[in-house]
Design a protein around this ligand. Structure first.
Ligand code: FSX
Ligand code: SF4
Ligand code: F3S
Length: 315
């Protein structure tokens, strides 16, 4: 109780009311595909955490957009909430330590929390030329991943790069970049949260699911949480609703004219892309690519850079 009171006071001091926080928990619970009866329990995970899993966050071949998306996320205070429920032991972008001290933190965390820590991997792994395309502290990305990932209680690949190779793996892929599961031969054992960048709410939902229910969420055959990647962009696209909506068709005069509102002919990859962007949106629910007028480029699909380009060509 005391913990909870302190939590709400801390939020209050940041200008976040209990009402705003509950609104966020309701949104998160719905995104996770849980019934509204779970909202108070989801709130409790943040307000009175009874465990803070140690987290080792590795960076490989990527642009750091995934970390940026989380840290500058939709609710300006969500990064703090995330840091409150997690005990981040190693994260190259946000830790104060550098050089040998940083390396020591990584080794100590893996040793101390063997079998207990959550490993989050951002970026893909170069597999050719002894990993010469990417090293940290003299070790290749592959060596680091082999030393860390097998000792984690659970591993989450954040972003399309870590999930499926992403942009570093685009043809001709000189470095032999692969997603984490493929590089380590651990496909199906790693949770993939693709997107370039992914929506931070899907990472938060995965972690809260783990803390609340003691297990990772159900995954599809590509290792993606079903709650977030169970439907295509096209399935929930408001522009589709528009041309299938009689009133809208009437307003435009014909179905053909209403269809012009859809971005299909501009190359939209929504019908082939599994993600929840239309519902979760970005930046405090402000908008998402299609709402802003840009066709979906399929950024969360495996090999999207090779299979979805040229983006402006009709499917
Ligand atoms: Fe990849 Fe993440 Fe795209 Fe960037 O780190 S998914 S290039 S947004 O940042 O890995
Ligand atoms: Fe489907 Fe894209 Fe058209 Fe939306 S804009 S209805 S996702 S093709
Ligand atoms: Fe990516 Fe398409 Fe969503 S481009 S952000 S999956 S709308």
């Amino acid at each position: 109780m005391e913990k909870e009171k302190e939590f709400y006071e801390r939020l209050e001091s940041k200008g976040v009311s209990r009402r705003d926080f509950m609104k966020f928990c309701t949104f998160l619970t719905a995104t996770m595909g849980l019934s509204t009866s779970f909202v108070p329990k989801v709130a409790e995970v943040f307000a009175a955490p009874n465990q803070r899993p140690p987290v080792v966050w590795l960076h490989f071949g990527e642009c750091t957009g995934c970390s940026e998306a989380l840290l500058r996320s939709m609710y300006p205070w969500i990064d703090e909430l995330v840091l409150e429920i997690l005990d981040v032991e190693y994260h190259e972008t946000i830790m104060a330590a550098a050089g040998y001290q940083a390396e020591e933190n990584l080794h100590n965390a893996v040793k101390k929390y063997k079998g207990q820590f959550v490993c989050v991997v951002e970026g893909s792994i170069a597999t050719k030329f002894d990993g010469g395309y990417g090293k940290v502290a003299g070790k290749s990305f592959l060596e680091i991943a082999q030393e860390v990932v097998p000792h984690a209680a659970a591993t989450i690949a954040i972003g399309s790069c870590a999930s499926f190779g992403g942009i570093p793996a685009a043809a001709p892929n000189p470095g032999g970049y692969k997603g984490v599961g493929a590089a380590l031969g651990m496909e199906g054992k790693i949770v993939n949260i693709p997107g370039c960048p992914p929506n931070p709410i899907n990472l938060v939902g995965t972690i809260v699911n783990y803390l609340l229910l003691g297990k990772l969420p159900a995954l599809d055959d590509k290792g993606r949480p079903v709650f977030a990647y169970g439907k295509t962009i096209h399935d929930s696209c408001p522009r589709r609703a528009h041309f299938e909506n009689d009133e809208f068709v009437e307003q435009f005069g014909s179905e053909e004219a209403a269809l012009g509102y859809c971005l299909y002919k501009m190359g939209c990859r929504g019908p082939e892309t599994y993600n929840n962007c239309a519902v979760a949106k970005f930046n405090d629910g402000t908008s998402w690519p299609i709402e802003a007028g840009a066709p979906c480029i399929g950024c969360s699909e495996p090999d999207f850079w090779d299979t979805m380009t040229p983006f402006y060509e009709e499917l």
